[in-house]
Design a protein. Structure first.
Length: 205
């Protein structure tokens, strides 16, 4: 995707800076489980998951314009109407557009590890935001976390469990690879190379 030019049309601008959450039934022209992806990157998961499960409605955030616009473009080109991409900071916009208990799943895959201590405040999975994300899930809703960075995986798992998410496999236990799940763009690389990926599937009880 690095060689693809920036598309001129902003992705999902109509969902940024809203005063009240949109009517997602009207936005998608359909009902169905509402899911959220934070940081979809080049969109391998977002496009594949929405295509494989046409009954869901997936809202994907990506703050890098080039990626967000390209994924939004491909969703239209490839006939994936149940995916909306928003180019914005997920942390500021999510509280504006989802009401508590409205999400069936939240996907955070290979989030930037932000190695420098001073940059950790940019991380998506942090205690306060994790507690907020917990409130957005329906009871029985699932949090899908994947990363290749073991240290960050353990840290995120501890934060999520501390926020109230329940790990059906037991505290601190990672989930095995499930070939039925759609891999993210980055994940495909690790599946090909055999490098480890740390996964968690947590629930809101
Ligand atoms: C390492 S990439 C992984 C992309 C994709 N999930 C994958 O697995 O291929 C992390 C992505 O999250 C995006 N991102 C990080 N923080 C974000 C935020 N607060 N809001 C929106 N996007 C964010 C980055 O721009 C980047 O594209």
């Amino acid at each position: 995707m690095s060689r693809i030019p920036l598309r001129p049309e902003p992705a999902g601008h109509e969902f940024v800076d809203l005063k009240t959450p949109p009517d997602w039934d009207a936005v998608f022209g359909a009902t169905g489980p509402l899911e959220l992806e934070i940081g979809c990157g080049a969109g391998g998961f977002a496009l594949g998951h929405a295509k494989r499960f046409p009954q869901i409605r997936l809202v994907a955030f990506e703050w890098r314009k080039k990626f967000a616009r390209e994924v939004a473009f491909r969703a239209i080109k490839n006939g994936v109407p149940n995916l909306k991409v928003i180019e914005a900071d997920a942390r500021t916009e999510i509280p504006r557009i989802f009401i508590p208990g409205s999400l069936s799943a939240i996907h955070v895959q290979f989030p930037d590890p932000w190695w420098k201590r001073a940059h950790f405040k940019r991380a998506v999975v942090q205690p306060e935001f994790a507690r907020f994300l917990f409130t957005l899930l329906k009871p029985g809703g699932r949090f899908d976390m994947r990363t290749d960075v073991e240290d960050r995986a353990r840290q995120m798992l501890a934060i999520l469990e501390g926020a109230g998410f329940v790990n059906p496999l037991g505290p601190g236990v990672f989930h095995p690879y499930d070939p039925e799940e759609v891999p993210s763009t980055r994940e495909r690389r690790y599946l090909a190379s055999g490098e480890p990926v740390y996964r968690a599937r947590l629930n809101r009880p």
